[in-house]
Design a protein around this ligand. Structure first.
Ligand SMILES: [Zn+2]
Ligand SMILES: [Zn+2]
Length: 352
């Protein structure tokens, strides 16, 4: 029953896992918070006639992290939707996903899963232009597919269910996989969409370009406005902060519990040591009172009466220290005369 004060394997696993998760979640939170701060500090630039002049006067003809908002315009060609008439865009993504039910052997439930079996993205060069039609200044968007937030508009969606025969049904039941069908999807960034771009703004010869920023900064291209994008980043950071706080709390409480357990064990063993010393003192006093020489007491004599042979093992402490009459005379609840631990049961000793 008495623990040795050391933490159990389970406690160590909980401590290690929660500490590791806290570190991971905290680092994600830090990077999200940094992204949000940088986004907040990014320079807001409006697309107007003066943009080229402003950039040419800026050192390096470049704004390292800029926010611009404008309308999507194609440079030369446009992409046509393969499913919707008169739907023109500059980015088109076709995705085929296989949907199936998979039998989970642990939970004994059918789980729905999705797997992308084909994806193709087409792009054509495009610019962001001013909302004012009279302003001809435009910003060329470079490498749009590198953007962290590239939300496209779903222009077409269809589900083709798998035809089922009885034979298929039975074989699927045995294999544990049931195909449901193919999900077909077309997404586009359409000409005329309002887009917020966050990245490095440079004047290259006569062309204004928005391109992926230098290391550590995030490239954004989204159909949402700047305020919405910023709020989304701040909220994402908050989730990770809460998670790191919860797991940090778990790690701290586990550590406190382990320390407390060790302290209880330490206190117990100190008390036992003290009791033992006290007991020896008592013995000496008793011997003096009864005028018995220490050398005349046998090593196997009962520690209470100092005369009869010891005849019991006390459990759980394991001390062999008393004779039968002295054991019976112990006051209830019976405690070991040496260590004062409650005696749960006794085993008689038979000396042969
Ligand atoms: Zn005795
Ligand atoms: Zn004992």
């Amino acid at each position: 029953m008495e623990s040795n004060g050391k933490p159990s394997v389970a406690e160590m696993v909980v401590l290690a896992t929660s500490s590791a998760l806290t570190a991971v979640f905290y680092s994600i939170y830090r990077s999200r918070a940094k992204t949000a701060t940088r986004l907040k500090e990014a320079k807001k630039v409006s697309i107007d006639q003066n943009l080229k002049a402003i950039l040419s006067e800026t050192p390096g003809r470049c704004v390292p992290y800029a926010v611009i908002e404008g309308l999507v315009r194609s440079v030369k060609d446009t992409l046509n939707s393969q499913f919707v008439d008169d739907c023109k865009g500059v980015i088109e993504r076709l995705t085929l996903k296989e949907e199936k039910m998979v039998w989970n052997r642990t939970t004994h439930l059918w789980n729905s899963t999705e797997k992308v079996i084909h994806q193709r993205t087409n792009t054509v060069p495009f610019v962001l232009g001013s909302y004012d039609e009279n302003i001809s200044t435009a910003v060329r968007v470079v490498r749009p597919l590198d953007a962290a937030e590239l939300d496209l508009e779903t222009t077409y969606e269809n589900f083709h269910p798998t035809s089922q025969s009885l034979f298929n049904f039975i074989s699927q039941f045995i294999s544990g996989e049931q195909p449901k069908g193919i999900h077909e999807m077309e997404e586009m960034l359409r000409v005329g969409d309002s887009v917020t771009g966050v990245g490095e703004l440079v004047l290259d010869n006569d062309l204004i370009k928005l391109q992926p920023p230098k290391q550590g900064f995030c490239y954004f291209l989204t159909r949402q406005n700047y305020e919405f994008l910023l709020r989304k980043q701040v909220n994402a950071g908050r989730v990770w902060r809460i998670l790191s706080f919860v797991f940090g709390l778990a790690a701290c409480s586990t550590l406190l519990y382990i320390l407390w357990k060790w302290y209880v064990h330490y206190r117990g063993s100190r008390k036992r040591r003290r009791d033992m010393e006290e007991f020896k003192e008592q013995q000496k006093r008793l011997m003096r009172e009864l005028q018995i020489q220490e050398s005349s007491v046998r090593a196997t004599s009962c520690v209470v009466c100092l005369s009869r042979e010891r005849s019991f093992v006390f459990l759980e402490c394991g001390h062999v220290c008393a004779c039968a009459p002295c054991y019976k005379a112990l006051p209830e609840p019976k405690k070991c005369p040496i260590c004062r631990v409650t005696i749960d049961r006794v085993v008689p000793l038979y000396n042969s």
